[in-house]
Design a protein around this ligand. Structure first.
Ligand SMILES: *Cc1c(COP(=O)(O)O)cnc(C)c1O
Length: 407
């Protein structure tokens, strides 16, 4: 008899986007002439930079010729991509990450989900609340959660991100082994300062813990005093791994390309107390289960680091950031407290009522769709997320309606 992995039975149904879809289509049926403006989107909307498109076209042409044809590439990615990543994303910012510490993949969702495989079953997991649900659910599947009660799993450490701590969680009082951090945060848009990250790096050193740092939104950081990489913090190379993605930075959500930086200094211990290299372990895991991201896609990603690519990416991100500012300013003017929106595509809004109440009232009065914060964790209750991933015209229209009907 084939038996189920019992851990999968502990997963909670994820209603969030299903429920949003249901309520929106119900509203549309009752009000067929009302326009719906979707401001809840967690996906990019503008086309890819043209340099990326050109590089991908050219790479496809390479595959037509016996002299330039490519079959399997290196599992870790091509040097033509790993090298500019090391130079531009790290060394240019004073973070000493070399090309052979970069592992190219087809997405940060799989990377953040897969990485926990390296750690023992009894590792204590900590992650922010509210947050991207992948960190929690993949550890539930791996059997580290314990039972679910009152909205939380008993074995996880939830790092509350609330108005009181400006949505940057405090160090836990219990000992954590594996700590997920995500800045700029999805969904709150909060970004951490160097001092705030330094506390986590010191904590990880003291406790022989490891930080998994998700920097999927780093390109949205425009305040030069804020760190884009955890490796800008001294000592982080011994205790942290960083996830990056071309999805939100260069519009690759449908193309698929991302990477993990795993420093060679990072250690992990066995039950005899002997240390092992995290880099070697991940290299073993990655090359056993993955055969490399596609050649045209890696060529497209490498084009992001050309002077023209940097310019085009900046234009797109500026466009989204202008939308974010418009959302934040409009909501603030109406008297709502907002976080994010400055160095992030997301604006996190305190509603003064429950997340779903606000969702319904916003939809009914304006046709604008938001994302209820309660879908990202217990601390998200009472908040909604508005997204800057939209056209300027839609953002303007939505904010004009909100100003008119939500006073
Ligand atoms: C969108 C997002 C990712 C991106 O994942 P890809 O699989 O590379 O598209 C990773 N982390 C967070 C927090 C995200 O919001």
């Amino acid at each position: 008899m084939i038996k189920i992995n019992e851990n999968y039975k502990k997963l909670q149904a994820s209603y969030l986007f299903v429920e949003i879809g249901k309520r929106v289509s119900g509203f549309q049926k009752e009000n067929p002439d009302k326009e719906i403006i979707r401001m809840g989107i967690g996906d990019v909307t503008l086309p890819l930079p043209s340099v990326c498109i050109d590089a991908m076209h050219k790479a496809v042409d390479d595959l037509t010729n016996i002299k330039t044809f490519k079959g399997y590439g290196p599992e870790q990615g091509y040097d033509f991509l790993r090298e500019p990543i090391s130079e531009n994303d790290f060394k240019a910012r004073g973070a000493d990450i070399s090309a052979d510490e970069i592992f190219i993949s087809d997405g940060a969702k799989c990377d953040t989900g897969n990485f926990q495989e390296l750690f023992s079953q009894d590792s204590v997991i900590a992650f922010p609340d509210p947050v991207y649900p992948v960190y929690s659910d993949t550890n539930v599947m791996a059997g580290r959660s314990g039972n679910f009660a009152n909205g939380r799993y008993e074995n996880f450490i939830y790092l509350d991100s609330t108005e009181k701590n400006n949505f940057i969680p405090d160090l836990p009082s219990k000992k954590a082994d594996l700590i997920y951090l995500c800045f700029p945060n999805n969904p709150t848009g909060a970004t951490a300062t160097k001092d705030q990250l330094k506390k986590w790096v010191d904590y990880a050193k003291e406790n022989k813990a490891l930080i998994l740092f998700d920097a999927a939104y780093e390109t949205f950081i425009r305040d030069e005093s804020l760190p884009k990489s955890i490796f800008e913090i001294s000592g982080a190379k011994e205790v942290a791994v960083e996830f990056r993605s071309f999805s939100k930075t260069a519009g690759f959500t449908g193309v698929r390309c991302a990477y993990i930086a795993v420093p060679k200094e990072c250690k992990i211990w066995d039950k005899e107390g002997e240390s092992h290299s995290l880099h070697s372990l991940w290299n073993r895991r990655h090359s056993t289960k993955f055969n490399g991201a596609s050649y045209p896609v890696q060529k497209g990603a490498a084009a992001v680091y050309t002077p023209e690519g940097k310019k085009e990416v900046k234009t797109v991100i500026d466009y989204y950031l202008a939308n974010a500012k418009m959302i934040k300013d409009s909501m603030t003017n109406l008297g709502y407290k907002c976080t994010g929106g400055d160095n992030s595509p997301y604006v996190w809004i305190k509603t003064g009522t429950s997340s779903w109440n606000f969702f319904d009232s916003l939809l009914k009065k304006t046709g604008v769709v938001c994302t209820p914060g309660s879908g990202f964790g217990t601390c998200g209750e009472g908040y909604v997320r508005l997204s800057a991933f939209n056209t300027k015209e839609n953002t303007e229209k939505a904010m004009a309606k909100v100003a008119q009907f939500m006073k």
